[in-house]
Design a protein around this ligand. Structure first.
Ligand code: BJW
Ligand code: ZN
Length: 257
């Protein structure tokens, strides 16, 4: 167990974190649902992390889709609809500014499927768990960006000769991550001097395994979260507060010596 978060710690730890970040040649950021919480996208394991009484682990599996694809599509269509009303927040924007600062020595690895990093202007993004804008045909495998248009409960392939059932292009539990993306993320972590871990409970693997990997190669690990998490013991510094406030403050300190 970790002691309760003292807000005064942030005033002490932000300048320390800025010192570490400023001196890092290469920076990698790992984000989770918490970075989008202030935009109005619900997190997975918070108090609001249930959908019609089901845990995400029960709706987001290949078995759940086989059993009741219409139910699973209702879940995803609601999430797609919610995305039409949300905007990136100052946390996403601070991450864009960090990419501009480090350029090709910067990589953003995200577990998020909401596309808000790209919408904010991040370019060097590795999406580990897919994207809500995309569909994948269960018959021919075609992946398409369908934006946020309503898709109905049993959407079918836009290739009329195929007509297969579509699924969201999301990585569900017990599925492999997209080929190459996890390797690229591991390379970005192994090559960085500082890993900033933002808004993730660090409970879902293999993404959570990137944090001990950073520690293993001697990179500094800085955690930004509302509360301590499973990653806290691996972090050199924890900055506890909303990422939409903490990240802009951290960015603001980078240009001061
Ligand atoms: C703030 C904030 C603010 C809030 N500011 N912070 C046993 C059986 C089978 C599998 C496994 C098993 N044991 C382990 C596994 C592997 C499994 C796994 O890790 N399970 C764990 C739950 C134990 N992993 C997998 O299955 C992965 N695949 C795999 O391993 O393949 C190999 C394999 C093959 C065959 C069999 C077994 C393995 C795939 C994982 C895919 C995860 N996909 C999801 C998609 C959900 C559907 C969807 O989005 O539509 O990805 S799950 C969900 O969790 C989503 C997220 O990306 C992911 C991580 O969640 P995240 O981002 O950390 O969110 P939360 O809600 O957990 O945390 C939010 C945090 O933000 C909190 O800490 C808050 O405090 C904080 N916060 N507001 C800052 N304003
Ligand atoms: Zn098809």
């Amino acid at each position: 167990m970790h002691p309760p978060v003292d807000p005064h710690d942030l005033d002490r730890d932000l300048p320390r974190a800025a010192d570490i970040l400023r001196s890092a040649e290469r920076v990698t950021i790992l984000t989770g649902a918490g970075v989008s919480a202030e935009s109005g996208v619900p997190t997975f394991r918070g108090a609001d992390g249930l959908w019609e009484g089901s845990r995400v682990e029960e709706v987001a599996t290949p078995r759940a889709f086989e059993r009741d694809p219409a139910l699973v599509w209702r879940f995803y269509n609601l999430r797609r609809e919610n995305l039409r009303r949300v905007e990136p927040n100052p946390g996403h924007q601070a991450i864009v500014a960090m990419e501009q600062r480090w350029g090709d020595r910067f990589v953003l690895v995200t577990q998020n499927v909401d596309g808000l990093h790209g919408q904010a202007g991040s370019h060097r993004v590795l999406e580990l768990h897919g994207n809500l804008h995309r569909t994948r045909c269960t018959r021919c495998g075609m992946i398409e960006d369908r934006g946020l248009e309503p898709l109905g409960d049993m959407p079918s392939c836009s290739d009329s000769a195929c007509d297969g059932l579509l699924r969201p292009d999301i990585v569900w539990f017990e599925e492999m991550l997209p080929e190459g993306v996890l390797d690229s993320a591991r390379l970005a972590v192994v090559g960085c001097n500082c890993l900033l871990v933002v808004g993730t409970s660090a409970m879902v693997y293999p993404a959570a395994g990137l944090i001990p990997l950073a520690q293993h190669v001697g990179a500094a690990v800085i955690e930004v979260n509302l509360t301590p998490t499973a990653a806290t013991d691996q972090a050199d510094i924890g900055l506890y507060g909303p990422s939409g406030e903490v990240l802009p403050r951290l960015l603001g300190l980078l240009d001061r010596s």
